[in-house]
Design a protein around this ligand. Structure first.
Ligand code: GTP
Ligand code: MG
Length: 303
């Protein structure tokens, strides 16, 4: 019998590289929220991938960037903290972005390169979004540049969207993991509490519905959660906090249209997550300066 490998792999990279999309694709379930905006992920998100040979506990992390606000510093700290638990790292890069603009690669790596090297952890580089690299020649040029930058390191072109290259990437991770017993039950996909997942779904719908900087001033907190098993109904009340008075009206929208749409979309997904009917109440509250309020940030599970 071959030995079983089990351990933690951190997904690290600049914001918007597709780390969370990759996690969801590998697990075949939506664990982490995804949006076209950077800094979507705010905490370390576990996703457990179990096969007959191994169990990889992925740690999806917030994108690493030069953070200026307290909230963003906490996000970046959370990403670095997850390295402490990891046996190996996948460095995620947006190949479509760098194929067009190679200078952006060095700029985006600056806040992370030295620290990643210092960690001494084994690493593989995933060049993601290959489906969007056009013309394909540019991918070869990017691979060349990466091979010079990381001599001898595994470079795996992938598309988290289509699934291309995922098997190869997963295969190269097994050798990073120690031989040990399985860490979590084989059917467990995450360690995230269900209430947290629900608040994340609501936050994702807000990220998708709101323009520009607005979503960054938003946090979602579940205030009430009542399960009525007889009726097969879960009643959820959530508060959407915004740090700016002027944003409250925008979140609600004309005649409540925006909030209504967010509620409908979130409820639809919550129904699938909870396998139950869902009644969702959403409230918007202004809490000025919450992104700088350490105490409030910690009540949200950040920092
Ligand atoms: N074309 C293409 N788009 C992708 C691919 N992977 C991710 N995306 C898109 O890239 C955007 C960012 O994806 P996320 O998974 O949220 O990226 P992330 O690295 O988790 O971002 P943060 O949480 O902000 O650090 C989304 O719009 C995804 O749909 C891919 O393989 N191909
Ligand atoms: Mg993410």
């Amino acid at each position: 019998m071959t030995s079983f490998h089990s351990g933690f792999i951190a997904l690290i990279g600049p914001p918007n590289a597709g780390k969370s999309t990759f996690l969801n694709k590998v697990l075949g379930e939506k664990i982490a929220i995804v949006s076209p905006k950077p800094q979507t992920t705010r905490t370390s998100i576990t996703g457990i991938y179990t096969t007959r040979e191994s169990q990889i506990v992925f740690l999806d992390t917030p994108g690493i960037h030069t953070a200026r606000t307290k909230l963003n510093r906490l996000l970046v700290d959370a990403a670095w903290r997850s390295l402490g638990d990891a046996h190996g790292v996948v460095l995620f890069l947006d190949a479509a972005k760098y194929a067009q603009n190679i200078q952006a690669l060095e700029r985006d790596l600056r806040p992370m390169a030295a620290r990643l090297e210092k960690s001494g952890l084994p690493m593989v580089v995933a060049l993601n979004k290959t489906d969007a690299v056009k013309p394909k020649m540019l991918l070869l040029e990017l691979l060349d540049i990466c091979a010079q930058r990381w001599p001898g390191m595994d470079l795996v072109p992938i598309s988290a969207r289509t699934g291309d290259g995922l098997e190869q990437l997963l295969g190269s991770l097994q050798s990073f993991l120690p031989v040990t017993e399985i860490l979590y039950p084989e059917d467990q996909l995450s360690t995230l509490p269900i209430r947290f997942m629900a608040s994340e779904i609501i936050r994702e719908k807000l990220f998708l519905a709101l323009q520009q900087e607005l979503p960054y001033n938003i946090a979602v907190d579940i205030e009430e959660w009542e399960e009525n098993t007889e009726q097969g109904l879960v009643v959820i009340s959530a508060v959407i906090y915004t740090s700016k008075k002027s944003h409250k009206g925008i979140i609600i929208g004309q005649q409540g249209q925006t909030l209504k749409l967010v509620g409908q979309r979130a409820r639809q997904e919550l129904k699938t997550l909870l396998e139950s009917k869902v009644h969702l109440n959403l409230w918007v509250k202004v809490r000025e300066g919450w992104t700088e309020d350490r105490h409030f940030l910690s009540t949200l599970g950040l920092g």
